[in-house]
Ligand binder design. Structure first.
Ligand code: NDP
Ligand code: 2IT
Length: 448
């Protein structure tokens, strides 16, 4: 690979080295589009092959996970941890349990995490892991046995100064607790090696809320920059899991009206908007009972659109908070034509490359996931700090820190993403700000 490759040459080489990993290609392409023109102007990064090094994980661990269901049947799943980059701190990032998990998905997530964690201002490298295990329809005991089997192998590769996993899709407090219990049992140590723990054993206040709250704060910052705010706006939220729930809550706190939520079977449209009471129902439905969002429509007498996404409903603001590639080009065109002004991503890479192009052409405010959803990992970083100093901070203190971190990320985007003519390209801003810090650390280490 020559140092001064064009974006196309760089991608050709990456695709050849990582065949079939379409999500990973997509995530790298989005970054390469911002970073390659920058490194062409700043040849020290180009000569040191920094972007080539950043797109190759430090190591990838793949292992067998065997567990027994309640009827005594034996199941085999695949477990992964991709330790992507530890230039600025220990590997840090979530674990995803979902049948769609494969190496491509985890490499895209680990790669994005490198930039996101750099933006938080905290000393965290990047990793991601998980399994193709499907927690849906499993009993509590089955989930426990799976988590214990998964951690039995993973425990050999992680540690408070090495790699600190947390939650993601399908992994919440319950799963983190099972895994932390097993880690503690195997290693005979009590350290903050996982984040997102329960409050009784080292968890941090506000962690549960952090990704969603941070996403709403990021939207508020983007709007503030143009002299506007969330108050009075009609908002579409997709997903109904951890991120969607607390994003919806903060939108309401800030005076916005949330009219949709979704899950993998469809979306609900409640024109009157969510209330605290309705949200409490959703949290119970999704967290404890693990039900379907269609039950909301039955309970509150509103519309449920089976197998559809919320983007056809007229809105001012959109918050994709479910999963990758949930906004395609026709969805983006629909959002724009119906009056949507701004999008912030609670999910990781929910918008396709073609859809981002359309959004940029229409000059919408568009906050990409690596900036807008960094609040979750940021409070994970604060959980690590609290564990290290054996103290816990109050919710007020933590929420203030979270708010300041989101403001700081927004400012980094302004500094690096303002284009000639004044349009603020948050994708470019986040990519460059995230890149420069990690790249400078890598340059300082020499050739490793
Ligand atoms: P949860 O498991 O709590 O919720 C996931 C939600 O997305 C559910 O509503 C789920 O529906 C839906 N969903 C998942 N997969 C699909 C799919 N393939 N198609 C359609 N809908 C789907 O996860 P989180 O809320 O934690 O994560 C949501 C997003 O936010 C992910 O992209 C994650 O990477 C990202 N994120 C999470 C952070 C965190 O701290 N948790 C931090 C930063 C980003 P159903 O119930 O039907 O499965
Ligand atoms: O995508 C993400 O940033 C997360 N799932 C949270 C990671 C973390 O370590 O808290």
């Amino acid at each position: 690979m020559k140092y001064d490759a064009t974006i196309e040459e760089f991608m050709e080489d990456l695709i050849e080295r990582n065949p079939g990993e379409v999500e990973f290609h997509q995530a790298v392409y989005e970054v390469a589009e911002s970073v390659i023109p920058f490194t062409a102007q700043n040849s020290k990064y180009e000569r040191a092959a920094i972007l080539q090094r950043m797109t190759e994980p430090d190591r990838t661990i793949i292992f067998r996970v065997v567990w027994e269901d309640d009827d005594g049947n034996i199941h085999v799943n695949r477990g992964y941890r991709v330790q992507f980059n530890n230039a600025i701190g220990p590997y840090k990032g979530g674990l995803r349990f979902h049948p769609s998990v494969n190496l491509s998905v985890l490499k895209f997530l680990g790669f994005e995490q490198t930039f996101k964690n750099s933006l938080t201002t905290l000393p965290m490298g990047a990793g991601k892991g998980g399994s193709d295990f499907d927690p849906k329809g499993k009993s509590e005991r089955e989930v426990m046995r799976f988590c214990q089997a998964f951690m039995t192998e993973l425990s050999k590769h992680i540690g408070q100064h090495i790699d600190v996993p947390a939650g993601d899709i399908g992994v919440g407090t319950r799963e983190i607790s099972f895994m932390f219990g097993q880690y503690k049992r195997l290693t005979r140590e009590f350290t903050g090696t996982l984040t997102g723990k329960s409050l009784e054993f080292g968890g941090s206040l506000i962690r549960k809320e952090a990704t969603g709250y941070g996403c709403a704060y990021f939207m508020e910052e983007m709007l503030k920059h143009t002299g506007d705010s969330i108050a009075g706006k009609t908002c579409l939220v997709s997903g109904s899991g951890n991120v969607a729930q607390y994003c919806a809550e903060k939108i309401m706190h800030l005076g916005g009206k949330v009219v949709t939520l979704s899950d993998s079977s469809g979306f609900i449209h409640d024109p009157e908007g969510l209330s605290e009471e309705k949200l409490a129902y959703v949290i119970k439905l999704k967290t404890r009972i693990r039900g379907r969002i269609s039950e909301y429509a039955e309970k509150y007498g509103c519309a449920f659109y089976k197998d559809e996404k919320p983007w056809k409903i007229p809105c001012d603001l959109a918050f994709p908070c479910a999963t990758q590639n949930e906004i395609h080009k026709p969805d983006a065109e629909m959002l724009i034509s119906q009056g949507c002004r701004a999008i912030t991503e609670g999910a990781n890479m929910p918008t396709t490359v073609e859809a981002i192009r359309v959004i940029h052409q229409a000059k919408l405010l568009y906050g990409p996931g690596k900036a807008a959803n960094a609040g979750g990992v940021a409070v994970s970083g604060l959980e690590m700090t609290q564990n290290s100093i054996r103290m816990s901070w109050t919710s007020e203190e933590l929420e203030e820190r979270l708010k300041n971190i989101m403001k700081n990320i927004h400012q980094q985007c302004v500094t690096h993403g303002t284009e000639q003519g004044g349009y603020l390209n948050y994708v470019k801003g986040a990519n460059l700000a995230g890149f420069i810090k990690v790249a400078n650390a890598m340059l300082a280490y020499g050739v490793i």
